[in-house]
Design a protein around this ligand. Structure first.
Ligand SMILES: NC(=O)c1ccc[n+]([C@@H]2O[C@H](COP(=O)([O-])OP(=O)(O)OC[C@H]3O[C@@H](n4cnc5c(N)ncnc54)[C@H](O)[C@@H]3O)[C@@H](O)[C@H]2O)c1
Length: 334
């Protein structure tokens, strides 16, 4: 159905493609940028400005302004009312301290920002001190406690626990690495070790250090971030797929072990999300097999994942224990 909704740079690609004038402008841009209809369809939930940013174009803001200007009288004053908007729940994390790993980028950053905006104190863990500083600077004093730390390093883990100051209500295990899509006959020892060290052993070691604080308090909520690759064999290589299946095992073991102690443990399995994580540029047996199976569902924003993760982390998840929540726009139904 054709609509005449007004458009701006914040309107989604889906809204632009449904608009009688916007769709012609978008198609013209896509043709120039060499984007086919299937690629545009996968971008349909992304605001125009974010989609342009993801293309790596040198002046994405300027391009967005130029596209909006082409609308002329067709309207660009109001925002896209039908598009999804993050709705902050004031006070949902009031008085709580939540440790978030991978907080300097993508999904972790969106989760850290949302918790801070909802009243919580975030112990924000990542490798990059500079990017953590940018996150903290954009928030009220004290809402983000940046800790530059590698979750595979026991000394760094001790600094994370210390930064929490004796209180940890939640833990979001989000830091993770992709693999190179290698199938098992071509995977290197280095790739196996790197991916398991961060995605599995780092997650376990950090959690092992934090659970005693939650046991002492008799409460806590942990969300482990897995992936589509934890639900099927067709979205990554053997190292990443096996590592994310291991995350489900960690979740189920912990949910059983700590249910009587008041600690909830759940997993969110994201599908394709617009973050710093990029598919590898390598070619090989596994990479060509995986690429031929990509599901035609829209790419998500990190904020979409933050909505799922903070739901389970917060007291809204009160009755959810050991769940594996696919937050993937339906990717796992293919
Ligand atoms: N982006 C996707 O399409 C997608 C899909 C499914 C699952 N995931 C999962 O979501 C999680 C977040 O990924 P993202 O997409 O936001 O990627 P991202 O690259 O934007 O962010 C990951 C962050 O983790 C940090 N990190 C990596 N190793 C670390 C370590 N040893 N110690 C501390 N921090 C470390 C990185 O510095 C980075 O800032 C990952 O676990 C990833 O496997 C992502």
């Amino acid at each position: 159905m054709t609509t005449t909704r007004t458009l701006s740079a914040d309107s989604t690609i889906g809204a632009w493609s449904q608009h009688p004038v916007g769709s012609r402008i978008l198609d013209g841009f896509a043709a120039q940028a060499g984007m086919d209809a299937a690629t545009l369809a996968m971008m349909r939930n992304l605001p125009l400005s974010r989609m342009l940013g993801a293309t790596g174009a040198p002046d994405a803001e300027g391009v967005a302004r130029a596209l909006v200007a082409q609308l002329g009288d067709a309207g660009s004053q109001s925002s896209d009312e039908a598009g999804w908007r993050e709705r902050i729940v004031p006070g949902r994390f009031d008085g709580q301290t939540v440790v978030v790993t991978g907080a300097a980028s993508g999904i972790g950053r969106a989760v850290a920002a949302r918790i801070a905006n909802e009243g919580g104190v975030v112990v924000a863990v990542d490798l990059s001190e500079q990017r953590l500083g940018e996150l903290a600077d954009a928030r009220p004093e004290g809402a983000i406690r940046p800790v530059a730390a590698d979750i595979t390093d026991e000394t760094a883990i001790a600094r994370v626990v210390e930064a929490a100051g004796g209180r940890i209500d939640g833990l979001a295990n989000i830091a993770g690495l992709p693999d190179d899509f290698s199938a098992i006959h071509e995977v290197s020892d280095a790739m196996l070790a790197r991916v398991f060290e961060v995605n599995v052993f780092g997650l376990i070691r950090l959690t092992r250090a934090i659970v005693p604080v939650m046991l002492e308090a008799g409460r806590g909520s942990i969300v482990n971030v897995a992936s589509e690759a934890a639900l099927r064999g067709s979205s990554a290589g053997v190292a990443y797929t096996a590592s994310k299946h291991a995350v489900l095992g960690v979740t189920r073991s912990m949910a059983f072990m700590y249910e009587p102690s008041g600690i909830r443990v759940n997993t969110v399995a994201p599908g394709g999300t617009l973050t710093g994580m990029r598919p590898p540029a390598v070619e090989g047996f596994g990479a060509s097999r995986v690429r031929s199976f990509s599901a035609p569902v829209p790419i998500a924003l990190p904020e979409h994942l933050a909505a799922s993760i903070t739901f389970l982390l917060s007291d809204d998840g009160v009755n959810v224990q050991g769940a594996i929540l696919a937050s993937d726009g339906g990717e796992s139904t293919y």
